[in-house]
Design a protein around this ligand. Structure first.
Ligand SMILES: [Zn+2]
Length: 112
């Protein structure tokens, strides 16, 4: 058994990845290309959004579940990881600056 990760060329309703599991990857991809086997890929293709198989690794239901539980498969997607990390860093930086400013305001207030 193996687990695979599909990355959409554009997000569909904020979803960008599909995780699946198979023992015959070629047959499974052919099925997906024909719009069968997964409702999500069916609607994504229907919306005119292309997709790519971006990663395959050994595993079964447990690994597939672990991947879905990440909630953000972009973290393990070779196409999206850099962008996801960049956005996370940006959010952390903004939070840091907000906090530092709030503390400075507090200190000024206490000093007054
Ligand atoms: Zn991706």
């Amino acid at each position: 058994m193996m687990v695979y990760l599909i990355c959409f060329d554009q997000p569909y309703k904020r979803v960008r990845h599909y995780t699946g599991m198979t023992d015959d990857l070629a047959a499974r991809m052919k099925e997906h290309r024909r719009g069968r086997g997964a409702r999500l890929l069916e609607v994504v293709s229907g919306a005119g959004i292309g997709w790519q198989l971006v990663a395959v690794w050994k595993g079964g239901r447990r690994e597939e579940r672990a991947c879905k539980n990440l909630k953000n498969a972009g973290l393990i997607c070779p196409r999206c990881r850099a962008e996801v990390l960049r956005r996370r860093a940006e959010t952390a930086r903004a939070r840091y600056h907000r906090r530092a400013r709030a503390l400075a305001t507090e200190e000024r207030r206490e000093a007054a």
